[in-house]
Design a protein around this ligand. Structure first.
Ligand SMILES: O=C(O)CCC(=O)C(=O)O
Ligand SMILES: [Fe+2]
Length: 338
């Protein structure tokens, strides 16, 4: 039985900026959800130079599906401004004000299937890279609305850098896979991607996740995390910490391959299961960019692939239907050849 159908959970509301995350209050609940997968400490990740990706990039895609990216050309000052603006807005404004802003979300995206242990201890803004149509823009008079508009503009400026980075990374991946120019173009619609600005508020209780275990549906995702830590990837049967790469001029970004990279490479490239532990003492912030294939791109890893050909639009609709029905994504398994 889902926990949501038992007695109503307590909520953590001491901080007015905090969404009404449910707390696990019943005796014994922690034991019930105790880890079954061991924790294996930090995972050393390879660093790929964007200006000279060479063999290192393909090797990292094959072995891990996640790597650090250096020499990416994203101005440190732009990331710092976006982090600061997002932190001020998300940690500073009351929850009710934030909830009225376009693109704001908290908890699990599958709210229709809400179960207490599934609530992600996270909030944020979803910012598409394509400019928002005039009618959809928020013209509220408050300073919170003005800050949110500024955040959107800055996130799109940051997103333009992400699109540039994603194209360069993907062209190197496409080269390693021997994709045609048409495939390389259809399999990554980098300017149609989006940025998510996340805040993981401090969680008063152990046993929560900031974001539950998942693979990304993207071709590739680019993560820029602050210095708090909490991101973990499943490697060798254990959850391994991905340490922050440092901020400022020498800061690296993280590139994480999604399901689509796995499908187009016929499983040669990995899409790693990852999650974010809820923050305890400190809040955590991250800036994440996701790039997908064109909607009509027919994803195929060739005749030997375990997956039948499908369009990206088909994949996205299946993921949404599965989340609505079960609370979880099923993903590529749905597209296995019979
Ligand atoms: O916040 C992070 O570092 C990772 C977030 C993530 O995995 C996602 O949004 O898919
Ligand atoms: Fe993810």
């Amino acid at each position: 039985m889902s926990a949501g159908s038992e007695s109503p959970p307590a909520t953590a509301m001491a901080d007015p900026s905090c969404p009404p995350f449910p707390l696990l209050v019943e005796e014994g609940r922690h034991e019930k959800h105790e880890e079954t997968v061991p924790h294996g400490g930090e995972l050393e990740l390879p660093t790929v130079d964007l200006e000279a990706p060479g063999e290192a990039l393909a090797a990292a895609c094959r072995r891990l599906g996640v790597f650090r990216l250096a020499n990416h050309g994203v101005p440190a000052e732009l990331s710092a401004r976006l982090f600061a603006l997002a932190r001020d807005l998300l940690a500073g404004a009351p929850f009710d004000d934030k909830q009225a802003l376009p693109g704001y979300f908290w908890g699990t995206p599958a709210l229709s299937a809400l179960r207490v242990r599934d609530v992600n201890w996270v909030e944020g803004f979803h910012v598409p890279l394509l400019p928002v149509a005039a009618g959809q823009q928020h013209h509220g008079p408050t300073s919170t609305a003005a800050a949110a508009e500024e955040l959107g503009e800055l996130a799109r400026e940051y997103g333009a850098h992400m699109a540039r980075v994603a194209r360069k990374v993907f062209d190197a991946m496409a080269g390693a896979l021997g994709l045609s120019a048409d495939q390389a173009s259809a399999y990554l619609a980098e300017r149609d991607g989006f940025v998510r600005v996340y805040r993981y508020p401090p969680c008063p209780e152990a046993g929560h996740l900031g974001m539950e275990a998942h693979t990304d549906s993207s071709v590739l995702s680019v993560i820029n995390q602050d210095l708090v830590g909490g991101l973990q990837v499943l490697h060798g049967g254990a959850w391994r910490d991905v340490a922050p790469g440092g901020t400022g001029i020498d800061g690296t970004l993280l590139v994480n391959l999604g399901d689509m990279a796995r499908a187009i490479s016929s499983d040669a490239f990995r899409s790693v299961l990852h999650r974010v532990a809820a923050s305890h003492g400190k809040e955590r912030m991250s800036l994440c960019y996701f790039a997908f294939p064109r909607d009509d791109a027919v994803i195929t890893g060739g005749d030997g692939s375990r997956y039948r050909p499908f369009t990206y639009a088909e994949f996205r609709e299946q993921v949404q239907a599965d989340i609505k029905a079960t609370g979880s994504k099923i993903g590529l398994e749905r597209f296995l050849r019979h």
